[in-house]
Design a protein around this ligand. Sequence first.
Ligand code: AMP
Length: 217
Amino acid sequence: MAKRIFRAVIMGPPGSGKGTISARIAQSFGLKHLSSGDFLRENITANTEAGVLARTHIEKGLLVPDDVMTLVLLPRLKEMARHSWVLDGFPRTLAQATAMSSVCDLDLAISLNIPFETLKERLKGRWIHPASGRVYNMEFNPPRVQGVDDITGEPLVQSDEDKPEAVVSRLRHYKDIAKPVIDFYKKQGILHSFSGTETDKIWPYISSLLSTKVPPV
Ligand code: AMP
């Protein structure tokens, strides 16, 4: 009998813990963890045309245009047709969601609802290692040595988009563009939303939902 494939996307504002939750889902349920940010960084490192375009947007704290995103993501999703996965960071816009629906069907869309104040606090303490995309938080997840990446020892930076003045407008922008995507998945009956201020408190609910949905390996 053919193996049943399971595919999920995770949506949430910046600082909502998407990456952490996707990694836990992947590990606990034996799914591949796909991340749009990682696909973009691979293209940036390989200096592809899409990578060059993506870098100019990421450096300015902007979203990468939909046509570049679909050019990078859709072939990767097609390659993954025989695998079960959880995708973090894509789709972020309705155009991306409709483009994805032409290459694969989703089983589940998870939306993380985290209060505005919590996100603001989290983002203020966020520092990243630009080359790998590793994220640290000076309060919850600090590097072993202050200011440097644990693995490479290279300096960490606070991106302009995580500076307090930029955070509020980023969160507003997220809400505006995410709403149609959330409605799109709600209409398909695959949307599940989770609210809370701590990843560890939300996780048990996500985990129990997934245990009813992911087919056994
Ligand atoms: P992430 O690792 O998810 O934080 O992504 C890093 C950066 O890549 C984001 O700040 C965006 O500039 C860009 N990016 C990632 N995914 C998308 C997407 N689906 N649409 C547009 N830009 C994206």
